[in-house]
Design a protein around this ligand. Sequence first.
Ligand code: PEP
Ligand code: MN
Length: 624
Amino acid sequence: MILVLEKGIRAKQKDAILRVLKTEGVSALEFAEGGRTMLSLKVKAGQDTRAIEALPGIAKIMTLPTAMRLVAHADGREPTIVRVGDVEVGGENIVVIAGPCAIESREQALAIAAEVRKYGAVLFRGGAFKPRSSPYSFQGLGEEGLKILAEVRAKTGLPVVSEITSPSHARLMARYVDVLQVGARNMQNFELLKCVGRLRNPVLLKRGLSATIEEWLMSAEYVLSEGNSQVMLCERGIRTFEPYTRNTLDVSAIPVVKRLTHLPVIADPSHATGIREKVSPMARAAVAAGADGLMIEVHNEPDKARSDGAQSLLPEQFGSLMRDIYVIAPVIGKQLDFDYLEKRRTIARRAPRAKRRKPKAVYFGRIGTYSHKACVQFFGPKVAAQAAPSYQRIFEQVKSGEADFGVIPLESSLTGSVHQTYNLLLEYDLRIVGDITLRIIYDLIGHPGTTVSTVKRVYSHPEVFQQCREFIERQGWELVATQDAATAVKTVKARRGRTAAAVAPREAAAAYRMAVLERGIETNPRNYTRFGIIGAKPLTKGPRRKSTLIYATEDRPGALLETLQVFAAGGINLVKLESRPIDGKPWEYMFYVDLEADAESKAFRPVLEALRAKTDFLKILGCY
Ligand code: PEP
Ligand code: MN
């Protein structure tokens, strides 16, 4: 149940509402949407809410009909993760489904699949049965199209998505296709919904052309009520009075549906806009709004496409959109991983020492730290994440084979390289095999009922205090240092009362079931940390995009310039260059370099040889 509070409601009146909720034993989460303050209530089944509904200051009450009990967000229920082979939809990775509107030929499908896979799509789409507005338009290749889809999956390893238009096709579709799409025109075809509800395949349920959010969710309820809970909702634009686009992408439906249900949401900006040049801006907006994934139509010869050519991106345009999404995802705490499938599969294949155990990755600190988040986001659930008490122990464990991988911070966008971990990379003969960038947000966390004004003492890591200096200095609190930010939350949890708070990631509040008192108190919101993954062997067989090197030059004029000239002559782009003092040699420096090339490839060999000739010391820390 959601209470929409009156516009401009006074703090006193809101507090009165909160007090009644408390006495009624109803927990409330406050949020703002469209300039209005709202309270999302966790009401127990059968609870009489009339006293709450009658409170002054409430403009509107929104409830999900009890008939939607399976799709609704239940108390304490985790979001649903839909699994399609090695792909998980609804987790912290943005999942991209791409391919042509319709399968037109074997050559067309295989060529497009190779392109979209190259750019990071993890599922391939293509219609074999096409529900067209006109009976004279191309209707799809039928079973022949399904066979082509199965071949695409075998050749590229991409699971495939295709539309089911009739219950009579169920067995045929289930044989060839991984995800069954229920199209916009069939959203309220209840026999079809019941049919896919009885199948085992995950379902992509598109929103109908004129369906309200409740009608759409009710259709999902049909599928779940038949026993299939693997449902992804797909917002594909609704019909409005606006003729400039084919439909209107309802971006606001994304956060609404995310709050109302536990099901993942995919956005389809291709059908929503119908115009190629509008697809990428809307895709970026949908990800920023919280979509779990995208469905994008891509065609290698859109002018010759038999359907929806005008809205299909060219493969290179799709590639450039994927680069944008890669950058946007960390801003909202998610990731787009270009090597998602290959990485997941290599990790699964990597035989751990003891056959029965999952591969193990170690990180510094405890659950609820950003190191832990980096570990979980990079590896997914198939790798056991384990805490280590120090960076040195991470290196020791990976070296001895006790752990398969380690997760270490490499650099912060605010404070530069983490010298301690670079020193360990120099000391140990381990390799960087991957990297992941997280946006760092710190919240003020305490027991429920604590407010900024009741707090007197704050706990966290000194570096975290530093990053939140402006906010903290305004309050004049006593600061207490802890080993890491999650330990601070644990400490505050153990101390009762409303005078203590911790500064830590939101994940730590969730891990210790504590309340967020103030969101995002870090001084600079453009705060990112890049973590490196260390291991003994590379993670993928595919092309390695980046390399990290350390080198030292002679102490003479122009020595650094000469090394840079080697990169320039080789056409190598440097993405990082940083100097730091060499231990025991005052005023002599080492250079940390990241470059966009595989430094161990054959093509790079002449550059490497020239570089060795110009340096006293050179070590490749990893190519990934
Ligand atoms: C499609 O995905 O090709 C399609 C026909 O979509 P919709 O049902 O959203 O129109
Ligand atoms: Mn289409």
